[in-house]
Design a protein around this ligand. Structure first.
Ligand code: HEC
Length: 392
């Protein structure tokens, strides 16, 4: 902007020197002045552009429809702590009582936002977009999600991107808006995490959708974009627990809550906090548990760490155990669900044979619905085949 202003001044001087000034008239002058004020300071072509006076509409107070910590590039724990979760009136978007909305998304806004969105003092990130490529979609792709994703797309994206995602929406065909790249063409290999990133922060002519769609809705619509990319997606079995229900009222929604029927803390995955010593025994059992590949037979090498769990449960006769079984994404989603449940049950049976009342143990099978890390590598798959122990 400075450069172009200087240029304008130079040009003005020249005009005055030439004494043609009088004939050049006010009109030219105003065009030059306008050019100086209106030209954007943002060099980054991916930035949706300059926000003039952001404080006029960006309130420092807690407000509905603002996904705190997202657009500001930072999870603002002070605000989250100060806000009383669960108090959102019916029909409004809760900010912290829905675990899906609370999912921290740690990537900073793209670097161009530093200049264009007035994020003074907020972290902006030149690597966030690249890093986002590794993010997994936390929303399971079920028949229900599939339908919901399509509706979100129809309401928020179709007018630009078109029904087939070919960039031929009505504002393009009727309105002359430049066509976005086709999902199945130039954007064919864009990953789920990057789709989410661009929908969240905006890119080029597309503005941020963070204030229109909750984080959950944004992750859902990513599924529909992937369908339009032509990615092969296996429909998963319905989640065991509902994202809209919080049975134990601890503000961790059932589908994210590893102890969905007992109130716990957000830090401990919705389970009540345990002492460090107990946590160490649980961690040891999780790491020590090995099954024969593809079966629910426990390898004898695991018995020692399982006996540690038995001892804990014998010492505290009120303690109850939840066993969450998970698999990697190899094979069929339904049979993975069965296998994960059978494995959790095997652990229960071992403990029951060793003197623990079966009523104190609750095995759950999640199948492949909750990977801990990406299934892209063998290491990742190994980490995802697991049974998690929660004691309370
Ligand atoms: C106002 C029109 C418009 C709307 C509405 C819109 N987009 Fe876009 N979108 C674009 C344009 C234009 C681009 C190309 C941006 C660029 O690369 O400069 C784009 C790019 C994208 C990309 C590619 C981003 C990347 O990282 O390369 C994705 C994914 C996307 N849009 C998804 C969506 C989804 C999902 C919605 C609905 C929630 C949506 N868009 C709504 C116009 C729009």
């Amino acid at each position: 902007m400075l450069k172009s202003k200087k240029k304008n001044i130079k040009l003005l001087n020249k005009l005055i020197m030439n004494r043609k000034f009088k004939t050049i008239n006010i009109f030219t002058l105003s065009i030059l002045a306008l050019g100086g004020t209106m030209s954007s300071c943002v060099g980054d072509s991916n930035s949706p552009g300059l926000e003039y006076m952001p404080d006029m509409y960006r309130s420092p107070a807690v407000e509905a429809y603002v996904d705190y910590g997202q657009i500001l590039g930072k999870y603002n724990l002070d605000i989250v702590a100060a806000y009383k979760p669960g108090l959102a009136p019916a029909g409004t978007i809760p900010t912290t009582s829905n675990a899906m909305n609370d999912l921290p998304y740690e990537h900073g806004a793209p670097i161009g936002f530093d200049k264009s969105h007035g994020l003074y003092g907020m972290p902006v990130d030149s690597t966030g977009y690249a890093d986002a490529a590794g993010d997994l979609n936390p929303i399971a792709y079920t028949e229900k999600t599939k339908k919901e994703a399509k509706v979100i797309y129809q309401n928020f994206c179709i007018h630009c991107h078109g029904e087939k995602g070919d960039g031929q929406g009505t504002v393009v065909t009727n309105g002359g808006f430049p066509p976005p790249p086709a999902y199945g063409g130039a954007l064919k290999d864009l990953s789920a995490g990057q789709i989410f990133y661009s929908v969240t922060y905006g890119k080029g002519l597309m503005g941020s959708h963070a204030s229109q769609l909750t984080k959950e809705e944004r992750w859902k619509v990513v599924h529909h974009v992937e369908e339009l990319q032509g990615k092969v997606k296996e429909v998963e079995v319905e989640l065991l627990f509902d994202a809209n229900t919080d049975t134990d009222g601890d503000h961790v929604m059932d589908n994210m809550d590893e102890c969905p029927t007992v109130a716990g803390s957000i830090d401990n995955h919705g389970c009540p906090a345990v002492s460090e010593a107990v946590a160490a025994v649980l961690e040891g059992a999780i790491r020590g548990l090995v099954f024969t590949t593809g079966s629910a037979t426990i390898n004898p090498s695991s018995f020692k760490s399982l006996n540690g769990i038995r001892d804990l449960m014998q010492q505290d006769s009120t303690a109850t155990l939840i066993l969450n079984g998970h698999t990697d994404n190899v094979g069929n989603a339904a049979s993975n669900q069965t296998l994960s449940l059978l494995r959790a049950k095997s652990v229960r049976d071992y403990l029951v044979t060793n003197g623990i009342d079966s009523k104190r143990i609750n095995p759950i099978g999640y199948g492949q619905t909750k990977p801990k890390v990406s299934n892209d590598t063998e290491e990742g798959k190994l980490a995802n085949r697991r049974v998690e122990f929660r004691l309370y």
